[in-house]
Design a protein around this ligand. Sequence first.
Ligand code: SF4
Length: 467
Amino acid sequence: MSLKHECGLFGVLGSPDASGLAYLGLYSLQHRGQESSGIVTSDGECFHAHKALGLVNECFEDEILARLEGSLAIGHNRYSTTGSTRTSNIQPLVVDLKGKPLAIAHNGNLVNARELRVVMEKEGSIFQSTMDSEVFVHLMAKSKKDTVRAMIESAADGVRGAYCLLLMTVDSIIAVRDPNGFRPLCYGRKGDSIYFSSETCGLDVVDAKYEREIEPGEMVIARGGEIASERFAPPAKLSLCVFELIYFSRPDSLVFGVSVDEVRKAFGRRLAAEQPADADLVISVPDSSNAAALGYSMESGIPLEHGLIRNHYVGRTFIYPTRELRDHRVRIKYNPVRELLKDKRVVVVDDSIVRGTTSKKLMRMLRSAGVKEIHVRISSPPIRYPCFYGIDTPTRGELIAANCSIEEIRQYLEVDSLGYLSVEGLLESTGLPPDDFCVACFTGDYPVRFTSEPRKLALEQFDDWCV
Ligand code: SF4
């Protein structure tokens, strides 16, 4: 899988160690964004902020965290889906809103941000970043309302797309989830402290007890140990991102109220029923496919083995200066257990195929380890369309399944068989109502329409989706 995660959000209210706890929360949400990280705290009167490019442990040191005083904090891990890699694009954004400080952190992608920005710039608005999240803040500033809550409502009225937001004033944290509910956001408590996190693994690391998800279209306001809730938008078509369950979220998290690990195992079971294989072993492409491979093994009765070992210490910043070294990228990350795989017929379970280039290298590596037969099984349907809701996907031209039949992909990978999980099988395995999910990257059925030119280009001939 080479899709990039979107972003991770974490918030703390009511702890003297807010910055340290935010650091821990972001650390456990590192998988959702590795480009930059930021924490903003409030001491009740003013904000303290630190933001930097890099992994969480590269961005913050003890003395930096000590300087971030206050009992409220919001933090953000970023992988850019809009806006370039530059320090002004690191979140949380801190702005002056009608004379009061406001910090905002966003996970998702507003599909009409570009158009709104063009209009606002013509009207004289000045933007400090290229992030679409800033558009939301400008809409709040343009609102004629005078409470932050009411300004959020006004801004939400103007935007479309995916947005989970944490907004912080000097004495409150407000969590907002878009009416379609694309991305997850939950909250929990420990004693008098309240915590917000994109996934429950963030609550676990600070020992907070999970209370519930923020509902789509809901705003949760935490102030002084109390929680208040209100709807800011009428119900819309629920569009939970199914890729959170396939790949993005950590398996130890509850997402959309279900266990990611359990659902991935169910994907694997269904995959084995839909796409059986005659083989000696099941192996996973670690780590995101481990649970699906276990499910496949349980359902098929074919033993599961650790046939590929992943090196967890591959530096994110490792530069591959020559083509030869670049070709070793897959080799640096994975290594086959030759003694186990030699002369075996192997089912290789992976969560998805995007461009196919990494998969091809992986399959060649397995062949060179002496595998006799390779049966690739994918625990999701073919990805045929790009995502516009906060996931960095290539254009249709680069997505292998948008351009090749399954048989052509099998030939390209040089494997003995290839099978994908069906859309129906995927949705039925979640245990949630199938209609509650977005599956646009498989079907092209986009739940929230868009207008901007780059998106038309990304869709190429499918621009009839653009209104
Ligand atoms: S298009 Fe795919 S990746 Fe994007 S929100 Fe929908 S299911 Fe998730």
